[in-house]
Ligand binder design. Structure first.
Ligand code: ACO
Length: 330
């Protein structure tokens, strides 16, 4: 059993930040950012909450699909930058779109999160014969957790959201997801918590993060992330293809996580797949974590780079460490 993507939608915040804008806050320049990352501009939220961006993307997808929100059985939202610890962003989106019959919950798998959410959605369609439509959303305000004093990471990150409505179909589908918690120290953001009045003698548990690391912002070992990402992309895509014995050359378009153009170029080379088979938006979106795959997917549909009948591979890699790919017919 496969999936049919009925529609997609996206929301990108209206604030455009250029590399010259970034150079006003850290010691950097347009040339360094473009040559090292492929990013020219990125969008940043100027007050739009994460749930709001997700709801806007979902509304566009619902309108394009022409479905009744009451027929949505599940809302699966991927985010690492929600507005609340609780409720989930999926519940906030449910409230906004009036999908009262849906079960709604969030997935946390960083930049691989949308691929994980599609993997989960497919499993629900497989096992719950009452499930009709599934709304999969990814919405990120990475500016919530960006260290704007760290020039090596703050130039990368951006905000945005996108959504996809899927239903069951008979077409081809395969997915594969994986994780490696041993690599947590390469990319993380620590959560602050209230002091517990009873924890006087509590011991700090070693968790792998730097005890001196600033609270609440992304800490990254760029070189290690780079090494991981260039291997993770081909590994995940190949694992998904192998599950159904699919020749990778049969894939019409790869829609990868948009982390950095150099990661994509190196991964494509390692993979033996021409870079023009990779859809890229990094130049104007920056890295929006899990929102990057569906934002790129939506843009590719709008630009006719993905057409009905095409075999598409979405592939993500990110903090956790996590990685995954899903292959399906559009
Ligand atoms: N502007 C100007 N100079 C900078 C900047 C900047 N924004 N950032 C770092 N530099 C300097 C460094 O200080 C260093 O200077 P030095 O040699 O005097 O010490 C020099 O540039 C080279 O620094 P490196 O860290 O070696 O630069 P590198 O070529 O490795 O590029 C980068 C850094 C772009 C972060 C790279 O490691 C990378 O792409 N890593 C992957 C990170 C990534 O994509 N993360 C996204 C999140 S994870 C995900 O989405 C999967």
């Amino acid at each position: 059993m496969g999936i049919k993507v009925l529609s997609t939608g996206s929301y990108t915040p209206s604030l455009t930040i250029t590399n010259d804008d970034m150079a006003k806050i850290v010691d950097t320049n347009d040339e360094w950012i473009r040559t090292r990352t492929g990013i020219s501009t990125r969008r940043m939220s100027c007050g739009e909450p994460t749930w709001y961006m997700g709801a806007q993307a979902a509304k566009q997808a619902i309108e394009r699909a022409g479905i009744d929100p009451l027929d949505i059985s599940y809302i699966i939202d991927s985010t690492i930058t929600g507005d609340f610890f609780t409720p989930s962003m999926a519940c906030m989106i449910q409230r906004e779109i009036g999908a009262e019959n849906a079960a709604a919950f969030d997935v946390s798998a960083a930049c691989s999160g949308f691929v994980f959410a599609v993997d989960i959605a497919h499993r629900y369609l497989l096992t719950d014969d009452k499930a009709k439509y599934i709304l999969v959303v990814a919405n990120e305000n990475l500016s919530y957790i960006t260290n704007f004093n760290d020039r090596s990471s703050c130039v990368l990150f951006a905000d945005g959201a996108a959504a996809m409505i899927i239903e069951r179909s008979d077409s081809l589908f395969s997915s594969w997801i994986g994780s490696d918690g041993n690599g947590m120290q390469y990319l993380y953001a620590k959560v602050g918590h209230v002091p517990n009045p009873f924890e006087e003698n509590a011991e700090e548990m070693p968790d792998g993060s730097d005890p001196e690391a600033p609270m609440g912002v992304l800490v990254q070992n760029g070189k290690e992330v780079y090494k991981f990402a260039t291997k993770a992309l081909p590994r995940a895509a190949k694992a998904a293809a192998d599950r159904i014995g699919l020749d990778l050359n049969k894939i019409d378009l790869f829609v990868p996580h948009q982390a950095n153009i150099r990661i994509l170029e190196t991964a494509a080379k390692n993979f033996g797949i021409p870079i023009d088979k990779f859809y890229t938006t990094i130049d104007h979106t920056g890295n929006t974590s899990s929102a990057s795959v569906p934002i790129a997917f939506n843009e590719a549909v709008e630009n006719n780079a993905i057409k009905r009948g095409d075999i598409v591979c979405i592939v993500g890699f990110g903090a956790g460490l996590t990685l995954g790919a899903a292959i399906f017919e559009y």
